[in-house]
Design a protein around this ligand. Structure first.
Ligand code: 13P
Length: 342
């Protein structure tokens, strides 16, 4: 292994430190505006900065969080003391990361399907992000289950972009977090989520290997195997854990450095319970099975804060509480009793 790729592998291992996970704080302008609107806040650059500063300066964050994924605007912002966010995180022992895709666009001739944009100029952007302090990156592809979706054309288009992105990231000495997300929206059952996740992950890994991406320096960010939000089916954490581990065992190469799940719109408690069940079922898995949550870590602190300066400390405690629970779940040590002793 050459020295450059060794650096990438080493960073990937640090991100997967036992008992820690990743905070996804990379909401795009439109996503953060949606989240802020729910608590009656306007999304301004200054309010977004204050909000992210509140998260990044929360006491003890480094005990539970190994890395933070930022958005382009955020990695260029500074704390109230004038310290760039990437520096602030690094000084706390947290690895700065960056979302590098440019969001989803309608896939021409495939109504309801999307592809992720952002390959044009990516090499140059990666070089700049590394100079700004980033050491890992994220790219998200989305798939929606419907009567005729996801189509193989949509899967192939998105996988081709994910693989090119992963290779370019490693070439720029950045760890890629590869995120093929099957949305929870829809009335599909769990079996269907399992089937499509298996289909997508097996094609994805085939292409990653063929394109010489170094799996030891890559993190997979998948969805958990869940019934659709509008399905009649209900599933317990054990069932979800077993199905999720089954798919991963069947499709993800053991060489992959680690797996960090998205929360995908589940409640904070459900996402945590399910991560815990995944860890209980996946005790003998070759990878760390941790979190890279956005909503499941941020929903509660955001609703405590609501833009009020006097609520910052309380919101930080709510945030750290969720991070502590997720951290416990990442080693299979979470229990609902923890929720009663906030
Ligand atoms: P959620 O945990 O809210 O699904 O977000 C994770 C993420 O980064 C989506 O790209």
């Amino acid at each position: 292994m050459n020295i450059e790729i060794y650096t990438v592998v080493n960073t990937a291992h640090n991100l997967m430190t036992h008992g820690k996970g990743i905070l996804a704080a990379d909401e795009s302008f439109s996503t953060i505006a949606k989240r802020f609107k729910k608590v009656n806040l306007d999304s301004t650059p200054e309010l977004r900065r204050v909000y992210r500063e509140m998260l990044f300066t929360a006491p003890d964050l480094e005990r539970y969080i190994s890395g933070v994924i930022m958005f382009d605007e955020t990695i260029r912002q500074r704390s109230s003391q004038g310290v760039p966010f990437a520096t602030l995180l690094r000084e706390r022992g947290i690895i700065p990361g960056i979302k590098v895709d440019l969001g989803t666009k309608p896939l021409p001739f495939f109504p309801q399907e999307k592809f992720t944009a952002g390959l044009d100029g990516l090499e140059e952007r990666l070089t700049e992000y590394r100079e700004l302090g980033a050491r890992f990156t994220k790219w998200r592809a989305v798939f929606k289950i419907g009567d005729t979706t996801p189509s193989i054309e949509c899967i192939k288009a998105n996988i081709a972009a994910l693989v090119r992105y992963a290779a370019l990231s490693q070439q720029a000495q950045l760890v890629p977090i590869v995120e093929p997300e099957i949305l929870m929206e829809g009335s599909h059952d769990m079996e269907s989520c399992e089937y499509h996740t298996r289909r997508i992950c097996s094609l994805l890994f085939n292409e990653l290997v063929n394109n010489r991406v170094v799996l030891e320096g890559l993190i997979l960010k998948p969805n958990m195997i869940l019934p659709g939000k509008n399905s009649e089916q209900s599933a317990g954490a054990d069932e979800i854990g077993a199905a999720t581990v089954r798919v991963l065992n069947r499709t993800v190469a053991p060489a992959v450095c680690g797996i960090a799940f998205l929360s995908g719109g589940q409640s904070s408690v459900s996402a945590t319970e399910n991560l815990n069940a995944i860890n209980s079922m996946g005790k003998s898995s070759p990878w760390s099975l941790t979190f890279s949550f956005s909503r499941a870590l941020q929903e509660q602190p955001l609703s405590v804060w609501r833009g009020r300066e006097e609520k910052i400390k309380e919101a930080q405690s709510a945030f750290i509480y969720r991070a502590r629970c997720a951290s416990a779940a990442s080693s299979g040590n979470y229990s609902s009793a923890l929720e009663e002793h906030k």
